[in-house]
Design a binder for this molecule. Sequence first.
Ligand code: UN1
Length: 519
Amino acid sequence: TRATKVLSALDIPTETGKVIPGVYDGAWGGSGETIESRCPSTGELLATVSTATPKELQDAISKSRDAYKQFRFMPAPRRGEVVRQIREALADKRDELGALVSLEMGKIYSEGQGEVQEFVDICDYAVGLSRMMNGRVISSERPGHSILEVPNPLGVVGVLSAFNFPVAVYGWNLALSMAAGNATLWKPAPSTPLCSVAVTKIVAKVLEKNGIPGAVAGLVCGGKAAGEAVVGSSEIDMVSFTGSEAIGKVVGKAVQDRFGKVLLELGGNNAVIVMPDADLSLALPSVLFSSVGTAGQRCTSTRRLYLHRSIASEFLERLQKAYKTVRMGDPLTKGTLLGPLHNEGAVGVYKQAIEAIKSSGGEIVVGGNTDMTELLPSELHQGHFVQPTIAIPKSPSTSQDIWRNETFAPVLNVAVFDELDEAIEWNNAVPQGLSSSLWTRDIRNIGKWLGPGGSDAGIVNVNVGTSGAEIGAAFGGNKSTGWGRESGGDAWKQYVRWSACTVNFSNEVPLAQGVNFDT
Ligand code: UN1
């Protein structure tokens, strides 16, 4: 099968019935329960993967700690050189790994490749960073003294990643964590274990070649138990979690309870505002990509569309037409723009959202169906396909659940506004604060949008959609999105421990603030 082909190109043998080891701590293993990886497009079983027993989990955590204790002494630029080799190895397998992302997660091939590219990009960034993780020298008020701010490796970083970006989000964390001199232990989503096994194999080979302990980039596939072990372990200095607000709340509290560091990337509920002066022919494809792309399964997907009254009907009409041209099908088939949802649960969430809109008097403008058998070839009938949907809820009131909750599916809710201030108020009136986008050519609108009374999200775009960020800036959201920052910008500063070091080069020991303690 094509799955066998893709997997064997990624060094994952798949003889029938064979369980693939899902735990790596320098050696592959895992003798706990097994998990199944299923293709969301066809329902076929891709492979069975092993997880760790509680004892193996603790062993993996300890091995990560040991690996950190060794790795932290390697000079940062040399760590950067290892990251560069990982970058090369990943780029070599971009197509194969991209195809595996499509097979296991369900996003289209171009986006699967894009995810690997994002990992490659952040490696490039981390290679440069490895020579630029600078502290500072601060003037002291005391003669013959200097104050240094020094970054050192932090320890072990636990990465709990989500199904929707089974490669890139780990990449954001691993690249920075390695440059910073940490060991990283990955607990991927239970439904995308193969992507994590494939990535870990690529990384492990590079580590081995450089004589670095494999547990510098460890892996524990599994479900709740594995997640809880990572979250609860005092040997793990920082937990970087991507997922739902509900689970993020539990993770955040648990890590805080042991005074660990936590980095949360939780729900998004991202709005696009289109002003009357916007270039609609640019806004249109952009809104289409952000709302339908990845079948609405990015945390940055557009969920809310606010249209100025004067362009609302024209824009909506054009958007409806565009929705109807989106080709649904197998994510690996050329020309497909819409793959399936990831699993049956997501279809349930989609149905519930449609039901809630209808029962509260809202209108479904396009889509709303989950029975796609007419539109799809028989081999995709077991897939989790749904129709991308545009809805007009009865009221724009953000006190309604329809507007307040993140539905991780292609459902776009539309409302009409008269004044930009009103639209900004709606933009900000939800619990989440990840991404936002304003379409205008008027510099006064842009000033308002970017300023203190503007969007309160972590990503505030102008004439660019809500999804599809590059790695250069720090990525993350405010409010219930969790305030975490990953990827570029200053995000690396969280992956080190900072010390303020006052050094006395003089022959006196004066006290700060002129305090006199003479006897
Ligand atoms: C996510 O959805 O979890 O900005 C991450 C984007 C991507 C990353 C999204 N580069 O859409």
